[in-house]
Design a protein around this ligand. Structure first.
Ligand SMILES: [Zn+2]
Length: 360
């Protein structure tokens, strides 16, 4: 019997104007912060970040090139070393955050994560998803510990296009179903342990929060308003979603992102949009009832989440075999699944979705 394991960031702070906590938070960990952010984030927040970090000895701002590649991580790690950085701060979306995590692995310094969009489950975890320069997923690296702090300023989160917020919901929706499959199948989480019951409970709470508040929160974000519902959904899409997958484990929905990353039209979509479609495939492979699927598909439609490969601009029949085959061969957690599973069953699920989409 394997051990049970659970991990999390040491601290999580979320709310309107939470960025004003950054200076004090960073001072707990170092005096010479190295900030990884892309040019868009620097244009929006550079002056504010400088002001928040004014009490640091020195602050180095590194421009992130846009893709989390091994070369980008090496380049920024060298710059951080040259600057004598003693704490790394990753500011931005998933790829900037993952690059900051890569720098943290190289330097072994503390790490503070400041997501500016709520589009995925990356901020709280130890995972670094590394891509090739052509945007094909190449490897997943692991930090030896979770981020020291994750700071989520919801006044910034609601300024981003609503598409990012919806993608975060897509990424979070899958957790209940993936964690349940992983736990029931005796699969391991990202700490190489069995999921604790806490992780299963978190995944369930994540799903319930999104179903209860998701639609209203998307409407509020469209008006750039952070109300209580938005706060509950951001907690679900960043904190609960991250804790759930890392300590609860994954299954088919995330496994399919391996295959998706080989189809350019789908690879260009946001991670959460890919996971959302992957979840529908998983639910069909689970043999869910028609009523359950209809309810889920209607929820997807109201949020404008993808419901078939055609929503990414590709024909299911043209790409389905390749997607299933790459996922089957390369995703380590595709077998965290209790029902009988085969490549044919997965491909059939994609075809069923395409048919349902045509009939809408
Ligand atoms: Zn994810």
């Amino acid at each position: 019997m394997s051990v049970r394991a659970f991990g999390s960031p040491a601290r999580y702070i979320q709310g309107p104007d939470a960025l004003s906590e950054l200076g004090a938070l960073v001072r707990l960990h170092g005096q010479r912060p190295f900030v990884v952010a892309d040019t868009i984030v620097m244009d929006l927040l550079g002056a504010r970040l400088e002001a928040e970090l004014v009490e640091a000895e020195t602050v180095t701002f590194a421009t992130f090139g846009g893709e989390c590649t091994a070369a980008e991580i090496d380049k920024l790690a060298a710059a951080a070393r040259a600057a004598g950085a003693d704490v790394v701060i990753g500011v931005g979306g998933g790829k900037a955050i993952d690059t900051a995590k890569g720098v943290r692995i190289a330097l072994r310094t503390p790490l503070v994560i400041v997501p500016t969009i709520a589009s995925n489950d990356s901020p709280t975890s130890r995972l670094v998803v590394v891509y090739t320069a052509d945007h094909v997923l190449s490897e997943v690296r692991l930090m030896d510990a979770n981020p020291d702090a994750v700071l989520v300023d919801t006044s910034i989160i609601v300024q981003a296009p609503a598409r990012f917020f919806v993608a975060g919901i897509g990424d979070a929706l899958s957790k209940k179903f993936e964690v349940e499959q992983c736990a029931a199948a005796g699969g391991l989480n990202f700490f190489k342990g069995r999921p604790t019951s806490l992780a299963v409970t978190i995944a369930d709470a994540c799903y319930r929060a999104i179903r209860a508040d998701g639609e209203a929160a998307v409407a509020a974000v469209a008006h750039k308003t952070a109300d209580d519902g938005v706060e509950r959904v951001v907690e679900a899409t960043i904190l609960l979603s991250g804790l759930a997958f890392e300590s609860g484990g994954l299954s088919i929905a995330h496994s399919l992102t391996r295959g998706f990353s080989t189809v350019p039209e789908v690879a260009r979509a946001l991670h959460g949009e890919q996971v959302a479609l992957g979840l529908l495939v998983q639910l069909l492979a689970e043999g869910r009832e028609a009523d359950f699927m209809a309810d889920m598909l209607a929820f997807y439609a109201r949020l404008n989440l993808p419901r078939a490969l055609e929503d990414f601009g590709v024909e299911t029949e043209a790409v389905v075999e390749g997607i299933v085959s790459v996922s089957w061969d390369t995703a380590p957690y595709i077998r965290n699944f209790v029902q009988p599973l085969s490549k044919e069953r997965l491909a059939d699920a994609f075809r069923t979705l395409a048919g349902l989409r045509r009939a809408e």
